[in-house]
Design a protein around this ligand. Structure first.
Ligand code: SF4
Ligand code: SF4
Length: 360
């Protein structure tokens, strides 16, 4: 069999290759788990085996030095195994309670690099997208905003003082490779202006039929401009998504005045108590304010702390808002209710810019 043992880069290797032995032995046999204190979990198997997990906050973008240090900790305490979670936390697991304290003491001895928390009724690490550092369509940065927000909310990471867990997410454009459509608090990068058309470049760097096909609202048509084969954009149809720019670098839409942050609230993916919910628009626009984004940070803090003081135990942000009503949500948080919050899609004949999704 010539395919046997062949190494390819198609897809990730099968996950169970990386299981620690005690996870492999108990796969499919876990009976229950408990959170012993913020950031510390125990999972109990029907075989009687126990696994203790210590969750620490980490960053999505890490230096090689920090990764080496994480691996050293895993070698020293966890048999060389470590786990990165989807929310950029790092989990160290040990198979005996006697190994838990030495692991936690070691983590705590390393300054603030390995804060323990992120479980239960906390704000766990913010899941986020690429931002200015890497993607081509962002309206905002990702890591910088997340760092500024999480610095302010840090006390909620290592404690359980919220009514329920609060999942905060960031996506730096509405193509949304983050999870902002279903987060308790979502930070979404929005463009508010259509792409600029660099007519002299379009025919040299773009496949015009591909650009036209890439527009989800059919806003792009071919157009001859002087000697150039180019395109025109129906600006009333454009929802500033940047798909055309993905296909054609001659249609840039990043803009210092147009780009900024929208905040959405009340989404969740879990099925507990009530079905999953989508996030809904709370703040249509906050300008980019690098390097510390003070308006965004303070607005999120205000939403979080109003929820913390007003919600019932176990109530997620969306459940709290549904109970008190959206009008009271705006009153209590002091957020302004604006025309962008109103979805008036029904009478839109010539434009699709009438939904709360892209109403500028
Ligand atoms: Fe790129 Fe948009 Fe994903 Fe940000 S959310 S990384 S801009 S696709
Ligand atoms: Fe179409 Fe999006 Fe480009 Fe606007 S930004 S023209 S909606 S692809």
């Amino acid at each position: 069999d010539i395919m046997k043992d062949r190494l390819t880069d198609i897809g990730p290797p099968k996950y169970d290759k990386f299981f620690p032995p005690f996870i492999k032995d108990n796969y499919g046999k876990w009976k229950y788990h408990e959170i012993l204190e913020p950031g510390v979990l125990v999972h109990v198997s029907e075989t009687g085996a126990e696994v203790y997990t210590v969750r620490v906050g980490a960053a999505r973008l890490m230096s090689v030095d920090l990764i080496r240090e994480i691996c050293d900790i895993a070698d020293k305490h966890c048999g060389g195994y470590v786990r990165w979670t989807t929310r950029n936390n790092v989990e160290f697991m040990v198979d005996d309670k006697s190994k838990l304290k030495p692991l936690m003491d070691d983590l705590k001895s390393r300054g603030n690099w390995f804060p323990i928390g992120g479980t239960g009724a906390s704000v766990t690490n913010i899941v986020h997208t690429q931002g200015w550092v890497h993607c081509h369509t962002p309206a905002i940065d990702a890591s910088g905003i997340v760092k500024a927000v999480m610095d302010e909310l840090f006390e909620y990471f290592g404690s359980h003082k919220l009514p329920a867990q609060v999942r905060i997410s960031l996506a730096c454009c509405l193509n949304m490779c983050g999870a902002v459509h279903c987060s308790d608090i979502a930070i979404l990068g929005v463009h508010r202006k259509p792409p600029i058309i660099e007519h002299e470049r379009v025919q040299n760097v773009c496949e015009i039929p591909l650009v036209i096909a890439a527009c989800p609202t059919a806003a792009i048509k071919p157009k001859k401009v002087g000697d150039y084969k180019s395109v025109e954009i129906n600006e009333n149809r454009c929802m500033f998504c940047g798909n055309c720019y993905t296909m054609c670098p001659a249609l840039p839409l990043a803009d210092g005045e147009g780009d900024g942050i929208a905040l959405w609230v009340g989404g969740k993916v879990s099925n507990s108590r009530v079905p999953p919910m989508f996030s809904k628009l709370a703040v249509p626009y906050i300008p980019n304010e690098p390097p510390r984004w003070p308006t965004t940070v303070q607005t999120i803090k205000k939403i979080l702390e109003t929820y913390a003081s007003d919600a019932r135990r176990y109530e997620r942000v969306g459940e709290w808002i549904e109970r008190i009503g959206w009008e009271r949500f705006f009153e209590k948080t002091g957020l302004e209710f604006r025309h962008e919050h109103i979805d008036d899609y029904r009478l839109a004949m010539t434009t699709w810019r009438t939904t709360t999704q892209f109403k500028f």
